[in-house]
Design a protein around this ligand. Structure first.
Ligand SMILES: *Cc1c(COP(=O)(O)O)cnc(C)c1O
Length: 454
C-alpha cells in the first residue's frame, strides 16, 4: 500500500507540475491511445502498480487541463491546493457521510461548513443545507422542498400521495432559465414546459416592472449569475412581490451566489437573501473537486420532509443527520474539501479569489475590445461574451483557438448572435495567463479574418 500511494503521489506531482505548460486539450493521438485502457475484462488480478501506471501513462495525457490557469470553458473551477490534498485524505478515509454514526467527522464538517457558508454567502441564520452532487441536484433538492412546503400548506402530502390529484402548483421561470432547473422540474413531475416564462432584458435579467400576480401555490425560479452574461435577476423586487402572495422563491446561483463573498460584487446579490431556497456549486467557484453542490433551504424542515426516510436499521441521532437533507443515502463526505477550501482561504482569501477572477474577466474583455471586437455583455462578473463578426467567422475563431491549444473557450448564442464565451473561474488564473490567452485569441482572430478576405 505504501509504495503504491507514494507512486500515486509522485505521478500526481508530475501531472500538476506540467499543467501550466501543456496544451489545454489533448492531442488526437493521446485520445486514440485511450483504447489501451479497454479490451476484454481481464480474467486474472493484476498488480495495483501496473493499474496505476496504465491509468497515468495513458489517461493523464488525455485529460483536459482545466485545473491550469488558461481554461475558460463553460463555468469550470479548478481545485485549490488545500481542497486537492483534502480530497486525497477523503479518499483514504472512505467515509460514508449519510449518517453521523457512520462518519462523525463527515457530519461535523457539514455542521461547521454550513455555519461558515451561511456567513460567507449572507444567508439567513436558520438556513439548512444538503450536500449534493452539483447544482442540478441542488436545484432538484430545493424545488422538492418548495413542492413539499406549498402542497403541505394546501393540505396535501406529496411525499406520500404523489402529484396525481394534488392541488396544482404554478412554476414561474425566467426566459433565461438554466436547463438544469427545467430538468429538476421534469424529475419532480412539475414539467419542463408546464411553466410560465418571464421576459428578460438585454443582459438576461427578469424585467421586474411587469411581474404577473402569483398565488400561494407558485414557485418562482430566479437566478444569481446568468450562465452566459453573469447577470443577476432583480431579487429584491421579485422576492417582495412573490412573498406578498405567499409564493416560494428559489435561486439558481450555481456560480453567481459566490459573488456574495466578495464585498465589491456583493451589490449584485442585493435581495437574494430574501429568497426561500438557493442552489449553488462548490466545484465551480469555490474551486473544490467535482461532486460538490449545495442545496440551501431557509426553513430546513421542508427539505427534511422532502428527503428523509426511515427504516429500523437507520440510527438517527438527535443532531443533524446528513442523509435527511439529500436525495442520496450512502455518499462520500463532500464537506471535507469544502471545509479545506474555506479553512485555507478564510473570508479574505475567498473574496480575493472571486474578485480576482472578475478582474481577470474585465482585463480579458478590455484587450479584445481594444482590438476592435465587440463584447456583447456588461462584464459585471466573471463571464465575457465576444463576437468576431458573423456566426461563421466567430465559430471558426473558436474552433481554431481550441486547436491551437494556448487556452480554451467555448461557443454560445446570445440574443441571436454567435459568441465566444469566456468564463474566468479558476484560482490559478494570473494576469499573464489572461494576457497570453488574449494574445492567442487575437492572433487566431487575425488569421481567420485574413484568410476570409482572400
Ligand atoms: C453549471 C450550472 C448549473 C448546473 O450545475 P451542475 O453542477 O453542472 O449540475 C445550473 N445553473 C447554472 C446557472 C449553472 O451555471
Amino acid at each position: 500500500m505504501k509504495d503504491l500511494l507514494l507512486d500515486a503521489s509522485a505521478r500526481a506531482v508530475r501531472y500538476v507540475s506540467g499543467i501550466g505548460t501543456r496544451r489545454i486539450t489533448p492531442h488526437p493521438e493521446d485520445i486514440a491511445r485511450l483504447t489501451a485502457l479497454g479490451g476484454p475484462m481481464p480474467e486474472e488480478p493484476c498488480d495495483p502498480r501496473t493499474v496505476l501506471a496504465l491509468l497515468d501513462d495513458i489517461g493523464s495525457p488525455a485529460t483536459v487541463a482545466s485545473t491550469g490557469g488558461r481554461y475558460f470553458g463553460f463555468v469550470t473551477g479548478a481545485t485549490l491546493p488545500a481542497a486537492l490534498a483534502a480530497n486525497w485524505i477523503a479518499g483514504v478515509w472512505d467515509q460514508n457521510a449519510g449518517m453521523r454514526v457512520m462518519s462523525p467527522v463527515g457530519a461535523a464538517l457539514e455542521d461547521i461548513t454550513l455555519g461558515w457558508l451561511r456567513e460567507a454567502l449572507g444567508l439567513p441564520p436558520s438556513t439548512g443545507v444538503g450536500f449534493v452532487t452539483g447544482a442540478t441536484m441542488a436545484n432538484f433538492t430545493c424545488l422538492a422542498a418548495a413542492r413539499h412546503a406549498l402542497l403541505e400548506r394546501a393540505g396535501w402530502n406529496v411525499e406520500d400521495n404523489g402529484l396525481f390529484s394534488a392541488p396544482p402548483l404554478t412554476v414561474v421561470v425566467s426566459d433565461e432559465v438554466h436547463v438544469s432547473v427545467l430538468k429538476a422540474l421534469s424529475m419532480l413531475g412539475l414539467g419542463r414546459t408546464r411553466v410560465t416564462r418571464l421576459a428578460t432584458d438585454d443582459q438576461g435579467r427578469i424585467k421586474s416592472d411587469s411581474l404577473p400576480a402569483f398565488d400561494d401555490r407558485t414557485i418562482v425560479c430566479i437566478q444569481a449569475g446568468n450562465v452566459n452574461t453573469g447577470a443577476f435577476d432583480p431579487a429584491a423586487q421579485i422576492c417582495a412581490h412573490a412573498h406578498r402572495y405567499g409564493a416560494w422563491v428559489h435561486v439558481d446561483g450555481a456560480f453567481g451566489l459566490w459573488a456574495a463573498a466578495a464585498p465589491r460584487r456583493a451589490n449584485l446579490m442585493a435581495g437574494f437573501a430574501d429568497a426561500d431556497s438557493w442552489a449553488t456549486d462548490c466545484h465551480k467557484w469555490l474551486n473544490v473537486p467535482y461532486d460538490s453542490g449545495l442545496a440551501f433551504v431557509r426553513e430546513p424542515q421542508h427539505v427534511r420532509s422532502a428527503m428523509t426516510v426511515s427504516a429500523a436499521y437507520l440510527q438517527a441521532s438527535d443532531l443533524r443527520e446528513p442523509y435527511q437533507y439529500t436525495p442520496e443515502a450512502s455518499r462520500r463526505a463532500r464537506a471535507i474539501e469544502v471545509w479545506a477550501a474555506l479553512r485555507s482561504l478564510g473570508r479574505r482569501g475567498l473574496a480575493d479569489m472571486i474578485e480576482g477572477n472578475c478582474r481577470m474577466a474585465s482585463r480579458f474583455a478590455g484587450q479584445l475590445r481594444t482590438a476592435g471586437y465587440s463584447i456583447l455583455n456588461d462584464v459585471v462578473l466573471n463571464q465575457v461574451l465576444v463576437s468576431f463578426g458573423d456566426a461563421a467567422v466567430t465559430k471558426r475563431v473558436i474552433s481554431e483557438l481550441q486547436n491551437e491549444g494556448t487556452c480554451w473557450c467555448g461557443a454560445t448564442e446570445w440574443h441571436g448572435q454567435t459568441a465566444m464565451r469566456i468564463s474566468v473561474s479558476g484560482w490559478a488564473t494570473t494576469e499573464e495567463d489572461v494576457d497570453q490567452s488574449a494574445a492567442a485569441v487575437l492572433r487566431v482572430a487575425g488569421s481567420v479574418s485574413q484568410s476570409g478576405a482572400k
